[in-house]
Design a protein around this ligand. Structure first.
Ligand SMILES: [Zn+2]
Length: 304
């Protein structure tokens, strides 16, 4: 993806949570502005790339981005998503445990299911699953290589019957969506009464986000991340469409020491080159660790 974007690819938007048109610039990164709504406090990119331009980002390169191998490519997407399967699934099993305690097993929809790793975890636990994925690459992979029931559409386009699902999950997706409030309302519609939604997203109110400012990885992804929620603004959005928030927790993830070192190098190459040499010397590169810098949150909410 090119570093410079034509002016015509941008548009101005109102606050998605409260519809106000009053905001102040909170941060400028790579020519993009992250603004904060003067009325409700929601942070979002404005002006931002138009939907058609946004969608073109999610090709195969998105899941194998050279930025993670040290080139100067634009920072977005993932390093080696498929190779990280076991780490990603271990992370997902923890969330599945929580969902299993909040709602009885049934139909589960994963919005933005990528290559289908969470769908496989849910299937292992006996759920009947359905996935939605917009990336042609990830959709094709989930469907053909993993034989998973995935549709290459948005939630709104899929138009499921009201009350179809017992649980809807949407992990690392809501911050990418052009109209998250509409999507959250649609999730509410397709859930049965008492059904659960689980949302994972970066927390702009977290200590790490506040300390790192513009250096925080999640805000450096301004091309793809267009909404930056705090616990407060995400709660407000969920409540505004009829959800009751049950639980909020920080969302860490499992890393092999090897991939933790690679990510560390994005922040400080000299420091993490030393860490890498030490980890190699002690034979730790293959080890798995649960890392929780507490800058992502998972919110669990119930349809009232
Ligand atoms: Zn607002």
């Amino acid at each position: 993806m090119a570093k410079t974007v034509p002016k015509d690819d941008f548009k101005r938007v109102r606050c998605n949570l409260c519809r106000a048109d009053s905001s102040r610039t909170a941060m400028r990164i790579d020519g993009f502005s992250i603004v904060q709504c003067g009325k409700c406090g929601l942070k979002y990119v404005n002006p931002r790339l138009k939907e058609g331009v946004l969608h073109r980002i999610y090709d195969e390169e998105y899941y194998r981005n050279t930025a993670f191998r040290g080139s100067d490519a634009v920072f977005y997407g993932y390093g080696e998503y498929l190779k990280d399967e076991q780490d990603i699934k271990a992370t997902f099993r923890r969330r599945m445990d929580v969902i299993g305690r909040l709602v009885r097993k049934g139909n589960l929809l994963d919005v933005g299911c990528a290559t289908g790793f969470f769908l496989e975890v849910a299937k292992e636990r006996g759920w009947k699953v359905q996935g939605l994925e917009l990336s042609r690459f990830a959709y094709g992979y989930a469907k053909r290589k993993r034989n998973l029931p995935v549709i290459n559409r948005t939630l709104e386009q899929a138009n499921f019957r009201e009350g179809t699902f017992d649980a809807v999950t949407i992990f690392d997706v809501i911050e990418h969506l052009p109209d998250p409030k509409r999507t959250v309302a649609e999730i509410h519609r397709v859930l049965r009464k008492g059904g659960i939604v689980a949302i994972t997203t970066p927390d702009i109110g977290s200590l790490v986000a506040r300390l790192l400012g513009k250096k925080w990885e999640e805000v450096r992804r301004v091309r793809e991340h267009i909404y930056f929620f705090s616990e407060e603004t995400l709660r407000k959005m969920l409540e505004s469409v009829g959800f009751e928030v049950l639980k909020v927790e920080t969302a860490g993830r499992y890393f092999s020491v090897k991939s933790a070192v690679e990510r560390g190098k994005l922040y400080s190459r000299p420091v993490f080159s030393v860490v890498e040499a030490l980890a190699k010397a002690f034979g730790l590169m293959g080890r798995k660790v649960y890392v929780d810098p507490r800058y992502k949150m998972t919110i669990y909410a119930r349809k009232k």
